[in-house]
Design a protein around this ligand. Structure first.
Ligand code: AMP
Ligand code: GLY
Length: 423
């Protein structure tokens, strides 16, 4: 079977690596991919926001399965168009992808079906939002309703910060249309975890739980980023929390989507805070998370093509999904200045040496220079993932590999998995 993966980051590199292990795969294409992916798949320059171009490519190249990485093509209805044309594609429809594309939709859904989440209110005008914030007091969380490339959330520790966030989102229109509504949320306290799942719309199967590291510096200091590293399994999600999440959150959510006429098929990403009151939802994503995918998929011990096809065909309940008895750690190597402005085009060395340590080097923001060297081309440049029999060994192995790689200005967190190591 020929496969098309849509996207160009570390998540897609991890997806391609796992799909490539399947005996069912003839050839993998990736649109647009990146130089790391190009070592294991054919990268093609098709515009991922052009549904017709993607459809034409898939038809011409007899693609048997398309896997969508990022959220924007899902929100553009790529799954609807492929499905209407008889092509198999892994991901939710445009209507189901609203669970990520509109935070207000997700919150109303959770309210209606009693799914535990932070208390909230939704506003379409700045003045009422500010009145409400003044009544609630700080800390409080301000979220742009729509897709904002992971930047639409402000966790405001003071009233001023919260009011400024409303101005930024609703008056300065920093996120455009995505900020025409805001969600104001209760500030939740507790440890975070990410649970990615496979679902065919009826059955939902969680993957091993992971934990992301959003802040740029060690000890969770500095501004938020797209994620500076991750590990799995995350011990904060105990067997009993996992069971509670299934019963109170995951199954009710897929059932609710059916009831709302938008059955959800694909990978549903659950972002959680484990509060003193139990696990509560902070967000749903309509796709694999990044960097979580870079630690979760290497632990999968079953055929990913089979699982994805069973999600599309509605037969997930008959599909066995096994996990390795191991742990995985991903350290993100970022460009100097990230998450602020950063330089591009710096030559990277040591990638082969890092792989010789037994690590996977997933490319997130890289390019090839004219003289064929890997150069930096993004804020998050590489995700270095190691897997080992336990977390401690996986941490050591990942950092040994990281130590081999160099480029100007590189920075990374030295404490990935610190919460689990303390346990
Ligand atoms: P998101 O962009 O939705 O992933 O949110 C970014 C980060 O904001 C999350 O990883 C949390 O650390 C934090 N966050 C979001 N919602 C809340 C909340 N209700 N209470 C506390 N922190 C939150
Ligand atoms: N790691 C969080 C996300 O993918 O949105």
């Amino acid at each position: 079977m020929n496969i098309l993966v849509i996207g160009s980051g570390g998540r897609e590199h991890a997806l391609v690596s796992k799909l490539k292990e399947s005996q069912q795969v003839t050839k993998i294409y990736c649109a647009p991919g990146n130089p790391g992916i190009a070592e294991m798949a054919q990268c093609v320059s098709v515009d991922i926001n052009d549904n017709s171009a993607l459809l034409e490519f898939a038809q011409k190249n007899e693609i048997g399965l398309t896997v969508v990485g990022p959220e924007v093509p899902l929100a553009n209805g790529i799954v609807d168009i492929f499905t209407e044309n008889g092509l198999k594609i892994f991901g939710p429809t445009q209507s189901a992808a609203r669970i990520e594309g509109s935070k207000a939709f997700a919150k109303y859904l959770m309210e209606k079906y009693n799914i535990p989440t932070a208390a909230f209110a939704v506003f379409t005008d700045a003045e009422s939002a500010k009145q409400y914030i003044k009544k609630q007091g700080a800390p409080v969380v301000v979220k742009a309703d729509g897709l904002a490339a992971g930047k639409g959330v402000v966790v405001a520790m003071t009233l001023d910060e919260a009011l400024e966030a409303v101005d930024m989102i609703m008056c300065d229109n920093v996120f455009g249309q995505a900020g025409s509504q805001v969600v104001i949320e209760e500030f939740l306290v507790g440890e975070e975890a990410s649970i990615l799942t496979f679902t065919d719309g009826k059955t939902i199967v969680p993957m091993v739980a992971a934990q992301d590291h959003k802040r740029v510096y060690d000890h969770d200091q500095g501004p938020n980023t797209g994620g500076m590293g991750a590990y799995a399994p995350a011990p904060v999600v105990t067997a009993s929390i996992s069971e509670q999440v299934m019963r109170e959150i995951l199954q009710p959510t897929v059932d609710a989507m059916v009831n709302e006429g938008s059955p959800y098929c694909g990978c549903l990403y659950l972002g959680l805070i484990i509060t003193a009151d139990g696990p509560k939802v902070i967000e749903f994503n309509a796709r694999f998370g990044d960097p979580e995918t870079q630690v979760v998929l290497p632990l999968l011990d079953s055929d990913l093509v089979t699982i994805m096809v069973s999600c599309i065909n509605g037969t997930l309940t008959d599909t066995e999904i096994k996990w390795k008895d191991a742990a995985a750690v991903c350290v993100v190597m970022a460009a100097g200045g990230y998450p602020g402005t950063y330089k591009k085009g710096d030559v990277m060395t040591g990638l082969e040496e890092a792989k010789q340590q037994g690590a996977s080097v997933f490319h997130a923001g890289t390019a090839l220079s004219n003289d064929n060297q890997f150069v930096t081309n993004g804020g998050r440049v590489l995700g270095v993932t190691a897997i080992a029999s336990d977390l401690k060994q996986a941490v050591d192995k990942a950092y040994q590999a990281v130590g081999k790689i160099q480029f100007e200005g590189v920075h990374y967190r030295k404490d990935i998995a610190h919460r689990a190591m303390k346990k």
